[in-house]
Design a binder for this molecule. Structure first.
Ligand code: FES
Ligand SMILES: [Fe+2]
Length: 367
């Protein structure tokens, strides 16, 4: 009997980890990127024009003039308003139509001429936009944890990742890939060590703390501890709804919190806004100015980010090739499934109420 041709069925068609959490804040741009001209940004598939009013405060409106659909981002800022580049209609930061050049009658007439406006905030070097227009947000955007501590230096970097917010967040917080994708940078080949992990679930965040980790080997270790040296390592990774992936390392006296705010541009494109806050007193004491430390670490960080970006791009292409996602996780995929659970709850408007104690789970892994 002739064999039937068999194709691998695509069992995952349509399965997607893309999440649309709309009742929360995302970073629209770095503060330094918003000058006197409006800026076009897209998030969650929606084009938005962000502008800096003459008094310096940011505002954001839908990037479509209600008159003839031209992007407002191609216009200009006029005092407190954004002016459309086509016929000069002006809109204030609340989206109200304030000027229609040449019109003899009333300008501010009902809401039909208005444009949807998004709440904005600016702090810690980023401009945040609330994802739902024309509402007053109930919560505030995330604040960088060490912003008021002048012992710390903050360095910013933005980068586009070809992956969903979930995949990008998981990648930022995933330990098992470091020995492979970033081989030689974090850990050198050799014996694996067993370490303990404590995973803590809070109502709006999940974190994993790693105990018993060795000081970083590879290039990172050489930069952080040029003469070798023993120091205790404390390592915590966290995801905070809706978009914060954060890695914290305490290396003896040295301390670094690398926060990435992830803005989903579309289902499979995520803009990563990174801020690393750090202090390395033992390096500074060896007359190594902060600038030297930054110059030493930046190429390394960019190399790691580049490797992550390349892997995410391939992952996304494959998801598209197969028409959907399929995940098989084990318990050492500590945070990925938890991040998705939090995103799905938030997407459904079913965030858990705050609770005093997190649920905890302990496990072991080899690193
Ligand atoms: S299209 Fe904007 S003013 Fe006409
Ligand atoms: Fe990575």
């Amino acid at each position: 009997m002739p064999l039937e041709p068999r194709l691998v069925p695509p069992p995952t068609k349509g399965v997607s980890s893309a999440a649309k959490v709309l009742d929360d804040w995302y970073v629209a741009c770095e503060s330094t990127a918003l000058g006197s001209k409006p800026l076009a940004v897209t998030f969650l598939g929606t084009p938005i024009a962000v502008f800096r009013r003459a008094d310096g405060t940011p505002a954001a409106v839908l990037d479509r003039c209600p008159h003839r659909n031209v992007p407002l981002s191609m216009g200009k800022v006029r005092g407190p308003n954004i002016e459309c580049g086509y016929h000069g209609w002006q809109f204030d930061g609340d989206g109200r139509c304030k000027a229609i050049p040449g019109l003899c009658g009333e300008v501010d007439k009902g809401t039909g001429r208005n444009v949807p406006a998004f709440a904005t905030r600016e702090h810690d070097g980023w401009v945040w936009v609330y994802a739902t227009p024309d509402v007053t947000p109930e919560r505030d955007p995330y604040r960088l944890p060490l912003r008021d501590d002048d012992r710390y230096t903050t360095v910013y970097q933005a980068l586009d990742m070809a992956g969903s917010l979930h995949a990008t967040a998981e990648n930022a917080l995933d330990v098992p890939h470091t020995a492979f994708l970033h081989s030689g940078l974090f850990r050198e080949d050799g014996e694996r060590q067993q370490i303990d992990v404590e995973m803590r679930r809070h109502h709006d965040m999940v974190e994993a703390e790693y105990f018993g980790e060795q000081r970083p080997e590879g290039l990172l270790g050489k930069v952080l501890a040029p003469g070798g040296g023993d120091f205790e390592v404390r390592h915590v990774d966290r995801f905070i709804l809706p978009c914060i992936a954060q890695v914290e390392y305490q290396l003896g006296e040295g301390h670094i919190i690398a926060t990435t705010a992830l803005t989903p541009i579309s289902d499979y494109e995520t803009r990563l806004f990174g801020a690393a806050e750090f202090r390395f007193p033992y390096l500074s004491a060896r007359f190594m100015p902060t600038k030297t430390i930054v110059n030493a670490l930046k190429p390394l960080a960019l190399k790691v980010l580049g490797q992550d970006a390349a892997a995410l791009k391939k992952q996304t292409r494959n998801v598209q090739r197969f028409g959907g996602e399929q995940y098989v996780s084990t318990e050492i995929d500590v945070l990925g499934p938890e991040i998705l659970r939090l995103l799905r709850q938030a997407e459904r408007g079913a965030r858990r109420p705050p609770r005093e104690r997190p649920e905890t789970k302990r496990l072991q892994m080899l690193v």
